[in-house]
Structure formats: C-alpha cells, structure tokens
Design a protein. Structure first.
Length: 87
C-alpha cells in the first residue's frame, strides 16, 4: 500500500509541475512536503514510473533552473522597492 501512495504522490506532483509550469518550491508548498522530497521524487522515482511524464517534468524543471537568476533579481528589486516606499 505504501508504494501505491508514493506512486500516486509522484504522479500528482509531476502532473502539477507540468500543468502549472511550477517550481520545486511551489510544488512542495501545494503538496505539503519538502523541496528535497519533490526533487527526489521527480529525479529518482518518476523515471521508473513514466518515461513521458519524466521527460515533460524535467523540461519544466530545466526551464525553471535556467530562469531562476531572473526571478531572483525580480524578487530583490521588489523587496527594495517595498522598503523604499515604507521609509
């Protein structure tokens, strides 16, 4: 039974990532698990479950990885913009 629960969780996580183009952090928050769990599920368990889902989820995660420096810059800009308004 435990394997079936893990299988379903990994399948749902991968589907969520693909559908929403979600990051590991966003997915972890939705499913109530750690980033490490999501990463482990997607990189180690998903390839054993579904080749097609693995390819699609990996593409989304790779795109997120390539864009993360941009998101970080935007977040920092937003942070200092809010700080400047409060001063």
């Amino acid at each position: 039974m435990k394997k079936l629960e893990i299988f379903n969780r990994v399948y749902d996580e991968a589907s969520y990532i693909i559908t929403n183009k979600a990051t590991v952090r966003q997915t972890a928050k939705v499913f109530g698990v750690s980033k490490s769990t999501i990463h482990k599920d997607i990189t180690l368990i998903l390839p054993k479950i579904s080749y097609i889902l693995n390819e699609k989820a990996s593409m989304v995660l790779q795109q997120n990885k390539e864009e993360r420096h941009i998101r970080g810059g935007i977040a920092t800009k937003r942070k200092y913009f809010v700080l400047k308004k409060t001063i």
